[in-house]
Design a binder for this molecule. Structure first.
Ligand code: TRP
Length: 352
């Protein structure tokens, strides 16, 4: 997914500041994980220097599956606090809640009217989710990628960090830019690309080391959440799947579970995996697990403390939401205004 020279020139014309824009959304389901922690410490500081960064909580996307209203409400605060506890700086980054910016749903509708159902029928995530939620195959689940396209296009994002599961949605977003421009001509949107920067170590599921550690995993044992208490962390790490061998050796092909634990150990301790192999000569997997559990608990202790303090300070969280929404909305309004103009919708006479 790369840009042609023509697209590069074209994107340049939309750039507001000197920096490129990166946009990252997170559905408010589950809790952030150790994988997110590692991604955060490795990337956020650098990203905020190199890009205009926007992070938002996709609460509208969460509604595509049934949510308990109280929990959704509480979790939106919790997610914001988790991001802040991980060190995301709300001054240097724009953090906001998706539903606070009504432009998302407005643009989504216009794009929905341009997206052929045939394209949505091909989305593998829709197929998977409809199999999983047979009793709730709602139209929102189906048009989910169009809302996601609106999220991206509203902010003229240059790059979007997406996991494998979201790649097809980003492709669709690029197709939607094409549908829009075929009908209305160019001038409204940048063509976004997948962010391919180094995201650092890939942290895998604890029970199934072939798949990525995911916050929305149904099995709670697959991930360590950044706000798990010490007991839970110990239990999860000690019960992580490993092979039946005994030698502590970094071998992702044949000892995927152990290699994953060693990767986590290595990132958190700063020791290389070779160093770890030397440290654990003649020792058992169990020894490594005990030490790793301690290390994870100690690493996450200040994060959890930070999180607990933030959750007691709702006024502060509200303030962060308001600041973020104010800043995000300026950009969103600008894009939507152009879109309304070219589509022929009459602007409210008092708002012209
Ligand atoms: N669908 C994404 C996920 O589940 C979350 C998301 C919503 C998103 N809108 C986005 C990600 C826009 C990137 C850009 O992970």
């Amino acid at each position: 997914m790369t840009l042609s020279n023509r697209d590069k020139v074209r994107n340049k014309n939309y750039t507001l500041s000197m920096k490129k824009t990166i946009l990252s959304g997170s559905t408010v389901t589950g809790d952030l994980t150790l994988g997110n922690y590692i991604g955060a410490i490795n990337n956020w500081k650098k990203l905020q220097e190199d890009y205009d960064c926007l992070y938002f909580l996709a609460d509208l996307h969460a509604l595509t599956v049934e949510q308990n209203p109280k929990i959704l409400n509480q979790r939106t605060y919790s997610f914001l606090a988790q991001y802040l506890a991980l060190g995301l700086d709300p001054q240097k980054n724009v953090m906001f809640v998706q539903s606070h910016i009504h432009e998302h749903t407005e643009l989504a509708w216009i794009l929905t009217c341009l997206t052929p159902m045939g394209y949505l029928n091909r989305m593998t995530q829709f197929k998977e989710k409809s199999e999983k939620h047979v009793k709730n195959i709602n139209a929102g689940l189906y048009t989910y990628p169009v809302l996601m396209a609106a999220d991206i296009l509203l902010y003229q994002a240059d790059v979007v960090p997406v996991g494998e599961d979201q790649r097809q949605h980003l492709e669709l977003c690029r197709d939607i830019v094409g549908f829009f421009e075929n009908r209305y001509g160019p001038g409204c949107f940048k063509l976004p690309e997948a962010y391919v920067g180094k995201m650092g170590a890939r942290i895998m599921s604890l029970q199934d080391p072939e798949k990525k550690m995911s916050k929305s995993d149904d099995n709670d044992k697959n991930f360590v959440s950044i706000i798990d208490d010490a007991k839970k962390i110990e239990k999860k790490i000690k019960s992580a799947t490993t092979d039946s061998g005994t030698e502590i050796k970094y071998d992702p092909e044949n000892k995927a579970g152990l290699a994953n634990l060693m990767t986590i150990y290595s990132v958190l301790s700063g020791k290389s995996t070779t160093q770890l192999e030397e440290d654990y000569v003649g020792k058992m997997y169990g020894h490594l697990k005990v030490d790793l559990a301690d290390l994870v608990v100690e690493t996450l202790r200040p994060v959890k403390k930070n999180y607990d303090d933030l959750m007691k300070n709702m006024d502060y969280l509200d303030q962060v939401m308001v600041d973020g929404a104010d800043r995000a909305q300026l950009k969103a309004q600008e894009t939507l205004k152009k879109v309304y103009e070219v589509t022929g919708l009459v602007r409210h006479p008092k708002k012209r």
